[in-house]
Ligand binder design. Structure first.
Ligand SMILES: C[S@@+](CC[C@H](N)C(=O)[O-])C[C@H]1O[C@@H](n2cnc3c(N)ncnc32)[C@H](O)[C@@H]1O
Length: 270
């Protein structure tokens, strides 16, 4: 089909189903162009190599379900390392899901809070009961974890009477939601050294995800953009003020190192 025929067909389809317009404005290439227009001072993303955090450490990722929606092992490792290396006391996350991320950091923090839409809210969204049932699966029994229920844009964080050393934003990944979560939670940092981690700021460990990055850069004041970094080998972006080593993010890198991953099955009965 030639371009003119395609355009006419597309216009007819959009007239019949206006929701199709969303597929254009939510498209990554559209978001990328929007990002470049709004943030011309960001000519490249700065990326902190994963080994900057890992150094000589050997870390164990557990629990790790290896199921749909799991973060990467390196994402969970990054959270553990940041908590350990920065003596994180109070940790807050948006997006509990199976409770894997909070369960991974729980041994390295004093107190963790994790917020998710309640089962009723998930049910009203028409989500499957098996999916809803899996929420908090790993984190429910953990003593230093408090489960919070509600919508991140409405939840009264003041009611917790605490500020946070590390905030992990992993709820709704649409640009507007990331923007609103970030702008709200920026004020709940304990101090200027407090860390923010955003999940899914890349669609794979090398490819920036503009849908999420647009929300992040819109929410963080322009004079603080220098503190936003992608993290190598992960899907995360971080807000870090301690001037870490970084390189220019690029795709199709030749690996200069590799990781060794040991897989061990653990029984849930014991
Ligand atoms: C990607 S999952 C979180 C994964 C989890 N952090 C982990 O790594 O193990 C995202 C979760 O956020 C929840 N969610 C989505 N939008 C939300 C919102 N606005 N407020 C609270 N929770 C939300 C969803 O129900 C889902 O369980």
């Amino acid at each position: 089909m030639n371009k003119a025929k395609k355009a006419i067909k597309a216009i007819f389809e959009i007239m019949k189903h206006p929701y199709l317009l969303n597929t254009i404005i939510e498209d990554e290439s559209f978001k990328k162009r929007q990002f470049e227009k709004e943030f011309p001072h960001i000519s490249h993303f700065k990326e902190i190599p994963f080994e900057y955090f890992l150094q000589e450490e050997e870390i164990t990722i557990q629990p790790f379900a290896f199921l749909g929606g799991s973060s990467l092992a390196t994402d969970l490792g990054l959270l553990q390392l940041l908590c350990k290396q920065n003596s994180v006391e109070n940790y807050l996350e948006i997006g509990t899901w199976r409770g894997e991320s909070i369960a991974n950091v729980a041994p390295f923090i004093s107190k963790g809070y994790t917020l998710n839409l309640s089962d009723e809210e998930l049910s009203k969204l028409g989500l499957e009961s098996d999916y809803i049932k899996m929420h908090r699966f790993f984190s429910k029994p953990i003593k230093n974890v408090t489960h919070l229920y509600g919508h991140s844009q409405k939840f009264d964080f003041e009611s917790l009477h605490t500020k946070f050393d590390l905030i992990f934003i992993d709820g709704d990944h649409h640009t507007e939601a990331v923007y609103k979560d970030t702008i709200r939670l920026f004020d709940f940092r304990q101090n200027n050294k407090s860390i923010i981690v955003w999940h899914d700021a890349k669609s794979d460990p090398e490819t920036p995800r503009y849908e999420v990055l647009l929300g992040i850069y819109r929410a963080i004041p322009k004079h603080l953009h220098e503190h936003i970094y992608l993290v190598g080998n992960s899907l995360c972006a971080v807000y870090l003020t301690n001037k870490p080593n970084w390189v220019k993010a690029k795709i199709n890198k030749t690996p200069k190192k590799y990781f060794e991953v040991c897989i061990k099955q653990k029984s849930l009965e014991n």
